[in-house]
Write a protein that binds this ligand. Structure first.
Ligand SMILES: Nc1nc2c(ncn2[C@@H]2O[C@H](COP(=O)(O)OP(=O)(O)O)[C@@H](O)[C@H]2O)c(=O)[nH]1
Ligand SMILES: [Mg+2]
Length: 255
């Protein structure tokens, strides 16, 4: 998987019925390769989560020559399980000096921000979040009610978990230091996250806060017109998922 000499830059993307977004997504992989392949071996890890629209098949067709690995769940298990599958897959090869980015598969994660995220992380951060809710970020072309729900959920989750100083809790688009993921794996197991749903992104941050990791953010404007198709997030399931974190956060504490 690695040629040993250079650090790796891994990009993990969970996919559920994203066939219509794949061509553009692979274009983004080429952009990431251009930006990072001078310093890193770039590897793209896609996790197809039981899609019924031919996502995995199309991804295999488009993958040629780009350093893409496609992992697949036979049935839909949720984005948290997809991330756990990818982190477990990385566990045997991940090194301190590697970097791991995670992002959405619907082209709403703006990959050109990865350069800025990398610059920021070199100041010593363990994770950099792409943040629609910080100053300079934003959400555009989204129905007001959807934006409002997401905004309120973000505030509510922070209040519930007693976390302050982080503007965006739920974004998929992040850049992790390899050594930070290795510490998380050491403490919480190779998959790191145990929640199956969208709340797994918040779980990950709770665990990082418990381990006193350094977290920073860069502003991102989230533009949902960049994706083909609709959101796959199930609202009630996600609300229940967020609430379940309250019960679990104590169990994840480190002392
Ligand atoms: N593995 C997996 N990924 C999912 C699932 N639902 C959504 N995703 C992916 O998670 C990302 C975010 O989902 P999306 O539908 O864009 O949610 P939104 O951005 O909150 O509207 C996208 O890359 C989806 O393909 C799922 O059940 N399993
Ligand atoms: Mg999305």
């Amino acid at each position: 998987m690695q040629n040993g000499a250079r650090p790796s830059f891994y990009l993990i993307v969970p996919l559920f019925n994203e066939a219509s977004n794949l061509e553009r997504l692979f274009g983004s992989f080429a952009d990431v390769g251009n930006d990072f392949s001078a310093d890193f071996d770039c590897r793209f890890i896609l996790v197809d989560d039981g899609s019924g629209d031919g996502t995995a098949e199309l991804a295999r067709k488009l993958a040629g020559g780009l350093g893409v690995e496609i992992l697949a769940h036979a049935v839909n298990r949720g984005p948290g399980r997809a991330f756990a599958t990818a982190f477990e897959h990385l566990a045997p090869v991940l090194k301190d000096e590697d970097w791991v980015a995670t992002m959405e598969g619907d082209n709403t994660s703006r990959v050109e921000l990865l350069r800025q995220m990398m610059t920021r992380s070199k100041e010593g951060y363990d994770v950099i979040l792409a943040s629609p809710y910080m100053y300079g970020g934003g959400v555009t072309n989204t129905q007001t009610y959807r934006w409002f729900m997401s905004y309120v959920a973000n505030i509510f989750v922070k209040e519930m978990l007693g976390i302050s100083g982080i503007m965006t809790m739920s974004s998929f688009f992040r850049l992790y230091r390899g050594s930070a993921l290795l510490r998380l794996q050491d403490r919480y197991g190779p998959g790191i996250v145990e929640r199956a749903g969208f709340e797994s992104m918040v779980e990950m941050l709770v665990k990082m806060v418990h381990l006193k990791m350094a977290i920073s953010e860069v502003p991102m404007v989230l533009d949902t017109t960049l994706r083909a198709g609709k959101s796959k997030m199930k609202v009630m399931k996600t609300v229940i998922g967020y609430l379940s974190l309250y019960r679990l956060k104590g169990r994840w504490r480190v002392d």
